[in-house]
Structure formats: structure tokens, C-alpha cells
Design a binder for this molecule. Structure first.
Ligand code: FAD
Length: 291
């Protein structure tokens, strides 16, 4: 099923994100975790793609397995910046042949190794090129794109970032998913600005439940997200007690989701990070709301 069709529904729903293993030794345990997440019945499951394509085959295996075993639609992530045109064309064919109808079209992060190479030799510089390629070679595929309520770190201004986002949407994105954020006002302000700029596709807010104190620094490094004092206090108070930190982090994420639902958003994407117990607890917290 196309995610763009799911997003037309006006009932509240959650989708979850999982990531594939880096090595074959971790495959069985990660597959079990992703299956436990799919068994919770989310609206869809997205499967990330390793930077540099290291886990590309597993992305497809996991997405296919979830879809076939649980009849839960999947979204296969695909990055392009460190790939050749042939590899990307093959990945698109593979996704299509596996019966997966949704691709998250991403550029991928610029690694120091890649940045050290001659840019004029790169096959892809921005996700918009991948979006155009998917649209041309597999027009029936529903395409998602990434967006950044707190501005992508490579953009000098939000205006510039939104202009590029508009170009990406006009190239064929059917929906957008945001980078994680911990202050909903940042999301609502962003939504207002992109609508004003003429971007009208559905936008899925991405919520990351932080359940361990050591996740905080990593999340900030990865996303550059602003951490409100309310959240920092929670980590200061409960960070050393793992059970309490998990409970507090889940409560914080639940609270963000309820606020989004209360203010006009119907679909939220949860960065569930292969943690079925966290995904299940959030669903339990929202059981009446999601009915
Ligand atoms: P782009 O859309 O290309 O944007 C990157 C930067 O370039 C922005 O500053 C943008 O404004 C600018 N830009 C865009 N077009 C142009 C243009 N024509 N000219 C000049 N500047 C331009 N990474 C992974 O490796 N695997 C994953 O599975 C993965 N999943 C993700 C899922 C989500 C929801 C998000 C938010 C991010 C994900 N990432 C993933 C990280 C992502 O690859 C990085 O954030 C990357 O740095 C940017 O990817 P993008 O697709 O947003 O790039």
C-alpha cells in the first residue's frame, strides 16, 4: 500500500522506524526485534539504509520480510551520494521487484572520505536527483523525502533550505518525514513556513523516544536538535537509573505525540530504533486515542 494513501486517512496512527544489521552475525536478533515491532500493527514500518550502502541488501530483506509476514506496508530507505548510477538503478529495480511500493529518497550524509574526493566526479549531489530518477524509472512508487524543522546543517538559512525542499517536492516527493525534534513548537513553525512557501504534501513529524542518558549526546550530534530545559532536567534527574530514564523518555515522547494529535496532526513517525518494548509502551500509552 502506498503511504500517500495511508496519510489521507483521518484517524490517528503511528509508524515505526527500524534499522538493518551491519553484519550477518547480528541479523537474527535484529530481524526478531523488527518483527516484534511489525507485530504491533503500525500503519507502516520504515527500514533505514546504511550510510554508504553497507547494509543495502538487508534493508530490502527486512522490508520484504515485514511486508510479507505481517502485511504491514514498508518504506525502504535509499541513499545516493556515495553510489554509482548503475547501483542506484539496480536498487530501485530490486525494491520494485520485491513488491515494495514506497521509497524514502535520501542523499545520505557526507562522510569525511567522500568530502575528500572531487565533487565534480560525484554521481549525485542532492536527494532531488534521486527523486527525479525514481519518478522516471518507477513512476508508480510512492516517494518520501526528508525535511528539517531546525534547518539542515549544510544550509546557511532556513529560507534556502525550504527553497531546496520545494524543488525536491516538485520533483516528485509524495510526503515528507522530519528529522527528530524535542520541542513541538519548532515543528509547528516549520509547517507554517513550508505551507507559506507553497509546499502542500503531508508532513510526518518524526519523534525519537530517548530512553537512555547516553543517547542524548548522540542524538544532538546526529540531528543538531534543540533540547528544551524540561527534557534536560529529566535526563539530569533520571539518567543514572535506567528503568526510570526509560519510563521518563517514553512519557516525554508520548506527551509530544499527544500534543501533535491535539493540534491537527494525524500521523506521527516514531524512531523506534529496533526497540519493540519502547514502541509497545507508546502504543499502550495511546491506546484510547488510537482506537
Ligand atoms: P538533500 O535533500 O539533498 O539536502 C541536503 C542539503 O542540501 C540541505 O541543506 C538542502 O537544503 C541542500 N540542497 C538540496 N538540494 C540542493 C540543491 N539543488 N542545491 C544546493 N543545495 C541543495 N541517512 C542514511 O544514511 N540512511 C537513512 O536511512 C536515512 N534516513 C533518514 C530519514 C529521515 C526522515 C531523515 C530526516 C534523515 C535520514 N538520513 C538517513 C540522513 C540524511 O541522509 C542526511 O540528513 C543527509 O545529510 C541529507 O539527506 P537529504 O535527503 O535530506 O538531502
Amino acid at each position: 500500500m502506498k503511504i500517500s494513501d495511508l496519510l489521507k486517512e483521518e484517524k490517528f496512527s503511528l509508524s515505526f522506524e527500524v534499522f538493518p544489521p551491519k553484519t550477518s552475525t547480528a541479523f537474527a536478533s535484529i530481524q526478531a526485534a523488527t518483527e516484534a515491532i511489525a507485530a504491533l500493527g503500525p500503519s507502516f514500518v520504515s527500514v533505514t539504509y546504511g550510510a554508504g550502502g553497507g547494509t543495502s541488501a538487508y534493508t530490502l530483506d527486512m522490508a520484504k520480510n515485514i511486508q510479507e509476514k505481517f502485511q504491514v506496508p514498508t518504506l525502504a530507505h535509499l541513499t545516493c551520494v556515495s553510489s554509482s548510477r548503475e547501483t542506484v538503478a539496480q536498487r530501485i529495480r530490486d525494491i520494485r521487484n520485491a513488491g515494495i511500493g514506497n521509497i524514502m529518497a535520501l542523499r545520505g550524509d557526507l562522510t569525511p572520505e567522500l568530502e575528500a574526493t572531487d565533487r565534480s566526479q560525484w554521481n549525485y549531489r542532492h536527494a532531488v536527483e534521486l527523486v527525479r530518477e525514481i519518478k522516471a524509472s518507477a513512476p508508480e512508487i510512492c516517494i518520501g523525502g526528508a525535511c528539517y524543522p531546525e534547518v539542515h546543517p549544510e544550509s546557511a538559512t532556513q529560507k534556502e533550505d525550504i527553497l531546496h525542499l520545494k524543488e525536491k517536492v516538485e520533483a516528485g516527493c509524495d510526503f515528507l518525514t522530519t528529522q527528530m525534534f524535542f520541542d513541538n513548537n519548532l515543528f509547528f513553525n516549520f509547517l507554517y513556513k513550508i505551507r507559506e512557501a507553497g509546499i502542500f504534501v503531508p508532513v510526518l513529524p518524526g519523534i525519537m523516544p530517548i530512553t537512555k542518558a547516553n543517547q542524548v549526546a548522540r542524538a544532538i550530534k546526529l540531528s543538531g536538535s534543540f533540547m528544551p530545559q524540561r527534557f534536560k532536567s529529566l535526563v539530569d534527574r533520571f539518567g543514572e537509573n535506567s528503568a526510570a530514564m526509560q519510563q521518563a523518555g517514553i512519557a516525554y515522547a508520548t506527551d509530544q505525540i499527544i500534543d501533535l494529535f491535539a493540534n491537527g496532526i494525524h500521523h506521527v513517525h516514531v524512531y523506534s530504533m529496533n526497540k519493540p518494548e519502547v514502541a509497545a509502551k507508546i502504543l499502550e500509552n495511546l491506546s484510547e486515542i488510537l482506537k
